[in-house]
Ligand binder design. Structure first.
Ligand code: ATP
Ligand code: MG
Length: 494
């Protein structure tokens, strides 16, 4: 493969933002027909690099060579014409249009575009990849996994030769990842070159031919996947060796902090389990099983139909998030872009918004203390930014997530619901988040963790509650933990 002329090479690419060198003199090339992974910590410059390839961002310096043609910057239309397509970290679908309409958006289909023609295009693509989606479904009714597939279908329908995927598996669970991997393999067989960004090491070893590592805006190295291993890649990424094991919790669980009895609402039925102080209860299930939905009821963001929530042994009336906060419940939502933070405000503002009582004395905000708290979280979670006054909007995807987590931690609540806490978070910071969770447990806080990451579920939970099709299908104690058991319950077996 190496002898091939590269389909794309980036030469001496530099891109700066105020106070940040997002890419510093980066040279890297991609071979025709390979699956090439891009890895690096949050803020390393991966998304910036792909935005330069698609023309969404202009580099300050450097050359882009695609198919022997040379560009000092790429124009989005030019890129598309040459067959460069990207699936970004943020979805680009239009919610109110159907799957078929989204796929055909921006595609030349003659003057009289009709629903049938669009549905036919979509259907053909779905069939090619053995996907079961009705082309007429509005995107807003699709699960995030299916939206992802629609995004890919959209790129494929445009005849992509170079397909770039920025963390495509973030919203997917195990079985859906399998489907995506099959699609990628099929695209590779059809000669499509794939650039693949992911924080999940196992995926890289599963599908990539080569992997390039970035650190702090610098290109570090490109390796053949068959000649490297996880430890080496992680060391390349973080510039130090890192223990990959889950940190041990030292405290024993205390009294029950929260108990759900037949809690029903937001489409989920009869959920009953309890969580103690100082423990992590994992909530498992396939996407759409109802995990986030029932947690929103606990948090008062969605209406309860019936059932009870007990906090410290007494019934709690939670009708809105404000009530939940009064009972000491905090939530790190799954959809952080929409629900988790204020993108136009600063990092510091976001981290401290729920923590005003703690820092204001007699309603005077203590600016020095604010700065100190925000700076501590920035350091601990390795939020890459020139300043804590930076708008969250300008942070990389993973760094935005870290702000949302810091915000929940700073709010100082007793019961914390983490919905997919480390999705999109790099390996180094993941470990910090696990350590932080353990610290919280040692302080007697109670954690409920919704996660689709099997390793994390098994590595961090004290007990696992599994949901299947919006009902509870079982509870697993630590001694019986296994991937098979979780998957079995998640698919409805017992
Ligand atoms: N519009 C912008 N304004 C200011 N800084 C920016 C902007 N876009 C990106 N940056 C900065 O450039 C750096 C690289 O960001 P990039 O999004 O490329 O990282 P990444 O490797 O994709 O990270 P992640 O894994 O978190 O997605 C970050 O420090 C980010 O804050
Ligand atoms: Mg990114």
């Amino acid at each position: 493969m190496e002898e091939n002329r590269p389909i794309l090479s980036m030469e001496h690419i530099t891109k700066t933002y105020p106070g940040v060198i997002a890419l510093n003199n980066v040279s890297v090339s991609f071979a025709r027909g390979e699956i090439h992974a891009l890895v690096g910590e949050n803020g390393a410059g991966k998304s910036t690099l792909i935005k330069i390839i698609t023309g969404a961002v202009e580099p300050d310096n450097g050359i882009i060579r695609f198919d022997e043609k040379e560009f000092s910057k790429m124009h989005p239309n030019e890129a598309r014409k040459m067959g460069i397509e990207a699936i970004y970290q943020e979805y680009n679908l239009i919610d109110c249009l159907s799957a078929a309409e989204n796929i055909c958006l921006g595609k030349k289909m003659g003057r009289f575009v009709n629903q049938q023609a669009m549905a036919a295009v979509a259907k053909e693509i779905f069939e090619r990849f053995h996907i079961n989606i009705d082309p007429r479904t509005p995107v807003s009714d699709l699960t995030s996994a299916k939206m992802q597939i629609v995004e890919i279908a959209k790129a494929v329908s445009k005849g992509a030769r170079l397909l770039i995927m920025d963390e495509p598996t973030a919203p997917l669970t195990v079985s859906e990842i399998d489907i995506l991997m099959d699609i990628i393999a099929q695209l590779k067989a059809d000669g499509v070159t794939i650039l693949y960004i992911s924080h999940r090491m196992d995926e890289i070893f599963r599908i990539a031919d080569r992997v390039s590592v970035f650190r702090d805006g610098q290109y570090v190295v490109t390796r053949q996947v068959c000649d490297t291993n996880r430890a080496q890649l992680i060391a390349d990424m973080v510039g130090r060796t890192l223990s990959e094991s889950y940190p041990k919790r030292k405290n024993a669980p205390g009294d029950v902090a929260i108990e759900l009895r037949n809690l029903t609402g937001n489409g989920v039925k009869n959920i009953s389990f309890s969580a103690r102080k100082g423990e992590v209860v994992g909530l498992a299930g396939l996407v759409g099983a109802g995990r986030s939905e029932i947690m929103k009821v606990v948090y008062g963001a969605e209406k309860k139909q019936w059932g009870e929530i007990y906090i410290n042994g007494t019934p709690a009336e939670i009708r809105c998030p404000r009530d939940a906060m009064k009972y000491g419940i905090g939530l790190v939502p799954e959809d952080r872009k929409r629900e988790g933070c204020f993108l136009m405000e600063s990092i510091q503002w976001n981290i401290l918004i729920s923590n005003v009582e703690n820092i204001s004395r007699a309603s005077v905000v203590d600016i020095g203390k604010e700065k100190k708290i925000a700076s501590e979280y920035r350091e601990r979670l390795r939020i890459r930014t020139p300043s804590i006054q930076q708008k969250v909007l300008n942070l990389s995807g993973g760094n935005q997530q870290k702000v949302v987590i810091a915000k929940a931690l700073a709010a100082n609540t007793d019961i914390i619901i983490f919905d997919e806490p480390t999705r999109g978070i790099d390996v180094g910071a993941k470990h910090e988040i696990y350590e932080l969770m353990n610290d919280l447990c040692a302080e007697g806080k109670c954690i409920i963790m919704v996660t689709s990451d099997m390793e994390e579920l098994l590595g961090m939970s004290d007990r696992i509650v599994v949901l299947h099709e919006r009902e509870m299908s079982g509870e697993i104690s630590r001694e019986e933990f296994s991937q098979e058991r979780v998957l079995d319950l998640a698919s409805g077996g017992d």
